[in-house]
Design a protein around this ligand. Sequence first.
Ligand SMILES: [Zn+2]
Ligand SMILES: [Zn+2]
Length: 609
Amino acid sequence: MKIEKISHKSLSETASGKLAASLLDGSLVQGAQLPPERELMNQLGISRATLREALKALEENRLVEARPHVGWFARKIDETNITQAKELAGGSAVAASPSAASEPRTGPRRIPVSPVKPIHIPYLQTDRLGTFEFISWWEREKVQKAKVLVIGAGALGNEVIKNLALMGVGHIFIIDFDKIEAANLSRSVLFRESDNNRSKAEVAAARAKAVNPAVHIQYLNADVTTGLGLGIVRRMDAIIGCLDNREARLAVNRFCYWMNKPWVDGAIQELLGLMRVFVPGEGACYECTLTEQALRDLSIRYSCQLLARQNVLLGKVPTTPTIASIIGGIQSQEALKLIHDMPVEAGKVVHFNGLNNEMHTTAYVPREECESHWAYGDITELPARAERTSLHDLLRIARVDLGEQAVIELDQELVTSLECPSCHTTEQVLRPLSEITFEAGHCPTCGLLREAQFTHLIDGTENFLHRTLSSVGVPPLHILRAQNGVEYRFYELSGDLPKALHFRHFEHNVAEKTNPAKDQIRLKDEVLVVDSPVNAARGRVRIKEEPAKIADPVKSAIRQIKIRQGKETGRQEKKISEPAVKHIRYMSPQKSHRIISKPGRGRVKVCKI
Ligand SMILES: [Zn+2]
Ligand SMILES: [Zn+2]
């Protein structure tokens, strides 16, 4: 009787054996790049760590090589490594390797056809993206379907937007609050002299459309820290930050973590620049890179935000179009890799010093206690719009889900009144802090800076519950949080979807938009947008409404929640209890005056300047 020994191979050894066998039988093409890690993980049914271990083993045996920042490549099999290949492949079907292993080592050799990418000969006279087809890993469909958010349309933004348009990235969303001035013209390829005083986002979007009419473009004139609905971030494949200040970077970093999206940051000054990719759950995030002092500075600035906003405008950094194009170029490439699911060096920084042309990469240390490391749980898509829904409406919905103790947490502070310390006059305001200017903060009679009362928790006792969400600073398609001290719910204003996210600016057939019969806007890819609340969102649609009863979306939403709760038990309930306790102190960038806030109570006094 012959019994075979039980294999003691580890999972990674088995995996490296299989990969070696694939090299030998030609199913992995020698000299070519290996498929993306995710694909290999799926095919082999192993984790990323195991795969990397296997690849390391292959690398030690000179069968594959890692090209920094590109990926893994299969080496040519020749007399120097064929023994190792066979050894590693071992039992993994070497017998069925008709090509390399069995053929003579010299002389003609059969070239296997890549199983991954079919050969496609582009017609370069008419196909503007044709040459990209010759890039081994390029996937036209992925690039055309991709949705990329570009935050900031300054020097870096111009370069990034230009690159994305040239590469045919199918959907580009541009946000910036600034206007073009003459000084921008020296480093912004998309701007012209005649654009003076026009919106940066709009002009950049129009020019990108002119660069490549095949891409779909949308722009938004808004401050990213306050004017960008999270539902937009949620529907992106990659986010590129082309920012010039920490406040905005910190906000973008948190948005991306909350929505579990990767983002690419760039920064430039004179001839120096840096680029880094942050991926939630992989290494350090932007906030991890800030020193204690920087965080303290930011929190002081938030609480005295009236001044902070003024200072941001003053802090202009000198840059050149050349460094913008270098760093913007790297950023665009990283986004392209994210679109292709290729490996990126998350949590590391690439420094480029243009004075001596030195470039180096350093890894950041992730901080355990970092307050950015939170992700939203399941998101309920409400057929509601920021302009139409009142605080009261939303609170009612939250209370159906979370009980009577439910409160709504706003992302930014809502100033309820301004009181003069000298003449003791009080002005009722009810506007988001970011909308109050430095001048408006001062008393009109004695000119002193007034003390502000503000809140970010809506608990139902307010006398302004009838106000709409947009009037208290909630942007369209935003995702709001509600909590009852134990668990959280997240509500998206999905009724805003057709207006807030369409990628149809500067399309030729804009006339259609005004046609009331054409309420239904259909986008060319998966973002299917319908104006009526029916099917207002895709994916985790939990709430539906009969088309006939649009009159009170809230009632209907509540009814649907009740139905849902009857049928479906606790999937959401289990989710997010843990962060709740800490939550009040971390959530929004605007809340960094948390140091003086009392946990559980939304009212805080602004610090005195
Ligand atoms: Zn962090
Ligand atoms: Zn006064």
